[in-house]
Design a protein around this ligand. Structure first.
Ligand code: HEC
Length: 115
C-alpha cells in the first residue's frame, strides 16, 4: 500500500466507523422467529428458557457466555456442526439447527444469549 492509499484508507475508515456503529449495536432479536426455529429444530425438547431439562436452560447458557467476545461464534458452531456431547453417560451428537439461513441462525443464537 503506498502512502497516498494508506492515508485515503485511514480517512475512509475514520468517516465510516461512526456511521456503522449504530448498526453494530442494533442487534435486535426477533424472539418469535427464534422460538419458531427452536421448536422446528426440536431444541425445546431439551432446552427451556429458565428450567434445566436434559440440556441447560437458555438462562444458564447466557450466563456461561456473558461478556465473552466469542460467544456468538462458539454457539453458532455448537448448533451447526453437531458436536459430540454426553447425555446420561451416553455420547451423542448434539442436534443441529434446521436452517441454512445465516441470519436466522444468528437470530436464534442472539435470542439464547439474551436470557
Ligand atoms: C437431546 C437433547 C438436546 C437437544 C434436542 C438439543 N440440545 Fe442443546 N444441549 C444439550 C445438552 C445435554 C447440552 C450440554 C452439552 C455440554 O455442555 O456438553 C446442550 C448444550 C447446548 C448449548 C450450549 C453449548 C455450550 O457451549 O455451552 C446450546 C447453545 C444449545 N445446546 C443449543 C441447542 C439448540 C439451538 C438446539 C436445537 C437445534 C439444541 N440445543 C438441541 C441437549 C440438547
Amino acid at each position: 500500500m503506498n502512502r497516498f492509499s494508506f492515508v485515503f484508507w485511514l480517512r475512509s475508515a475514520a468517516l465510516l466507523l461512526p456511521m456503522l456503529a449504530p448498526f453494530a449495536q442494533a442487534q435486535t432479536v426477533d424472539a418469535e422467529a427464534a422460538e419458531h426455529l427452536a421448536r422446528k429444530s426440536h431444541c425445546t425438547k431439551c432446552h427451556a428458557p429458565a428450567r434445566e431439562r436434559t440440556g441447560p436452560s437458555l438462562k444458564t447458557i447466557a450466563e456461561k457466555y456473558r461478556g465473552r467476545d466469542d460467544a456468538v461464534a462458539v454457539l453458532v458452531k455448537h448448533i451447526t456442526t453437531g458436536p459430540r456431547i454426553m447425555i446420561d453417560d451416553e455420547e451423542e451428537t448434539h442436534k443441529t439447527v434446521r436452517s441454512e439461513d445465516e441470519a436466522q441462525i444468528l437470530n436464534l443464537v442472539r435470542f439464547i444469549l439474551s436470557h
